[in-house]
Write a protein that binds this ligand. Structure first.
Ligand code: HEM
Length: 260
């Protein structure tokens, strides 16, 4: 059989994957499922792209890194904009099928945790929310134990004579990345002497800001939809989500801005 649009994209499988649980069906549950599945597809792509940026960083490929970081930034803007669609769902409409979600929650998105790990926000404790026999568990564990994008960024900076301390190069990579003064000194020098590198640094800052925007839009979506109710994942809901609102990925890029 020759390849078709449908067989290439696996559409027969893909379009069977939207199965509302409400009975009789609540109209908005389809939107709820489609939007979450769409997010997961974008997460898959961002992970794929960030893996390339890691390689670009370590190989010193500036233009490759700029190109792909810009793509990631654009995807992030799309992720933020999609929240508008879900905000057309009223709290009453969500309440009509919320019980059907039982204890499932975006909190259990393994790809979102992978994304956090890749970006250096390593919280080994997150692993305990996934069963050992969950096929996603070893994938997450691998991400937890491998060098993050920030660690690969150190490689890039070293290629540009930044004095990245050995302690950072040999750090326990299963722990979160943290801001470092030596790295910041090097970045300051590059910001004022290398306009080509600044294009990359700004694209990274855009991406970082995009992720913070997503957290903000998500928490507001949650607040307008469920108010002070607890999450289906068992957290305090809005109060829990507010804690990570302003968390940066590239902390060193943010720390130097008042000196530029
Ligand atoms: C009506 C819409 C939504 C509501 C009411 C909602 C609610 C919540 C709540 C209350 C939490 C905290 C954990 C918990 O106790 O469940 C959470 C976490 C999360 N949600 Fe949503 N959410 C919505 C839509 C979305 C969408 C569209 C996504 C896209 C993937 C998403 C992804 C996540 C992620 C990744 C977390 C974990 C955040 C973290 O741990 O920092 N949520 N959500």
């Amino acid at each position: 059989m020759s390849l078709t649009y449908s067989t290439y994209l696996g559409l027969n499988d893909l379009l069977q994957l939207q199965q509302p649980r409400s009975s009789p069906p609540e109209h908005d549950e389809m939107l709820f499922i489609v939007i979450h599945q769409t997010y997961e597809l974008w997460f898959k792509l961002v992970l794929h792209e960030l893996d390339k940026v890691k390689r670009d960083f370590s190989a010193g490929d500036l233009y490759g890194a700029i190109h792909t970081m810009r793509r990631c930034r654009t995807i992030m803007k799309t992720l933020v904009a999609q929240i508008d669609i879900l905000e057309t769902m009223t709290p009453m409409s969500f309440t009509s099928f919320r019980d059907r979600l039982e204890t499932s929650s975006g909190f259990q998105s393994s790809q979102y945790r992978e994304l956090e790990f890749v970006l250096g926000y390593k919280r080994p404790a997150m692993m305990k929310f996934f069963k050992a026999d969950d096929p996603a568990a070893p994938v997450m564990q691998k991400r937890l134990n491998e060098r993050s994008l920030v660690d690969h960024f150190y490689d890039f900076l070293k290629l540009h004579d930044v004095d990245v301390p050995e302690s950072l190069m040999k750090r326990d990579v299963s722990q979160p990345n943290e801001a470092n003064e030596h790295v910041q000194e090097g970045l300051l020098r590059l910001y004022t002497s290398r306009p080509d590198l600044v294009i990359l640094f700004e694209a990274m800052t855009d991406f970082d800001e995009g992720l913070q925007e997503w957290r903000y839009r998500h928490v507001k979506l949650v607040e307008r939809t469920i108010g002070a109710k607890h999450g289906t994942g068992g957290s305090l809901g809005v109060e829990f989500l507010k804690k990570s609102l302003f968390l940066p990925v590239f902390a060193d890029l943010w720390a130097i801005r008042h000196k530029l």
